[in-house]
Design a protein around this ligand. Sequence first.
Ligand code: GLP
Length: 269
Amino acid sequence: MDVIVMPTAAAAAKLTAQIIADAINAKPNFKLGLATGRTMEPVYANLAKLNKANKVDFSRVTTFNLDEYVWPKKAKKYEANKDSYRYYMNYHLFNKINIDIRNTNVPDGSCDDVDAAAIEYDNAIAECGGLDIQLLGIGRSGHIGFNEPLSSFSSRTRAVTLTQTTYGQNSPLFDNPEDMPMQAVTMGVGTILEAKRLVFLATMKEKADIVAKAIEGPVTSMISATAMQMHEDVVCILDKDAASKLEGLKEYEWSFKHNPRWAAYQKFK
Ligand code: GLP
């Protein structure tokens, strides 16, 4: 695992976007796993900017999002449902880049058989050859995707019940907080670990404790983000604040500076 600490949240998002853009440029039919949340908004703004400047081409890229809420039948269709992750993705990224919208996938949380659709989602990822990069954020409960505490490390895409912590974290983002569903569909920890590379981004002081546990703490299904420690190709990009509780901070800074893999990215510091 590599840990890169940037001076600001804006710089961390810019570096994250650049790493993704460089990977797409090296493999145009890229399979990209995406995440939602406030942390990712500046990443998507940077990717849109790079696309506009012809510095990355999404025309052959296929995307799979980590998760979506399970919507009650009376909920509005995704296109109009501003609280849905499909809406978030269209708004923050897909409508701003040259991607074919038919190549964008978000788990279906509004169909009659959410469980069957979840299995199909996993199959679709496998059929296209697997994800080249999975972008990850972290929730206060330590979740990646919506894999709440005690999610099995071999779990697949499935419906889950959200914790109170996550309800507290995400409901303020809803127009009407009481509209937040208690269930979601998420890629499983096992599904996520199958991606060829994990790119993890966390910023802000409020994430410092959970980030330290995720990166340096014992591997435990109580904190699904600790599963990243079992993956062979992970980069964790943090801002100073989110990195502030890491014990090995100085060593990570040293490694970033001297690891040839990151030579081209020193200028982002
Ligand atoms: C949601 C998503 C997670 C994301 C988390 C972080 O819960 N399901 O995938 O990592 O939000 O959100 P934020 O970036 O707003 O802190």
